[in-house]
Write a protein that binds this ligand. Sequence first.
Ligand code: UTP
Length: 233
Amino acid sequence: MASPLILALGGSLLHPEESERRAWLSSLANLLSECEVSIGIVVGGGAAARVAIELAMGRGENNLATLDEIGIAATRVNATIVSQILLDAGLDVFAGIPSDVASAVRGLEAHSVVVMGGTRPGHTTDNVAIRLAIEAKAARCLIATNVAYVYSSDPSVDEGARPIESMTLSELQTIVGPPVHGKAGGSSVIDPIGVQAAIDNNLPLAVLDGREIDRIADALSGKPFVGTRVEVG
Ligand code: UTP
């Protein structure tokens, strides 16, 4: 059986606006219905996670694991939304949202699509997707987010930030920093813990703008895509 494809969907891709969200997810469903191998999707928490974590911090909660659990709850709600829309589109989706990577791998053996969110405190869904790609023996982990590339520095604060089309995992680690989970609702382009896992397991990554469904389509089908290829090294 061909190896599955693994796709992380940043929570920011799930528009709060229901009609926009449905339109984007319908395009994604069309794309997935044409995939010839099974696909694991890991969904981030987006605005729901950020708002809920900030509310908890605002009333004095500072236990990192407790804040992480709030973020995980948001990722699982978002995963449920994605799963329901893909089921509605007629795809063969694993019933339920696996709460660990091993269950998701088993789901991929029997279904065309498995959708999951976070698993346990201490990292973000980037790391879940990377672990799923490793365990499911995927050739690459695709990370769809709301920026077009990995940049040489944060483009929201540095006008000189340069988009990078191709880089190594070690170069990515230099940008995201050491594999530490310092805060709930993290802000790095890719979770540094996931980058370390990719380095340890020789897993290439692809980072792209998930708002552009064509870019996801190109990357899933192994064609050249607009975004950043992160190769082993
Ligand atoms: P996200 O995966 O959405 O991470 O999980 P993020 O980096 O904050 O958001 P994006 O990638 O920019 O969209 C939201 C939060 O939930 C917790 C973490 O606190 C994370 O920041 N979380 C998530 C976990 O603790 N474990 C998980 O497996 C997933």
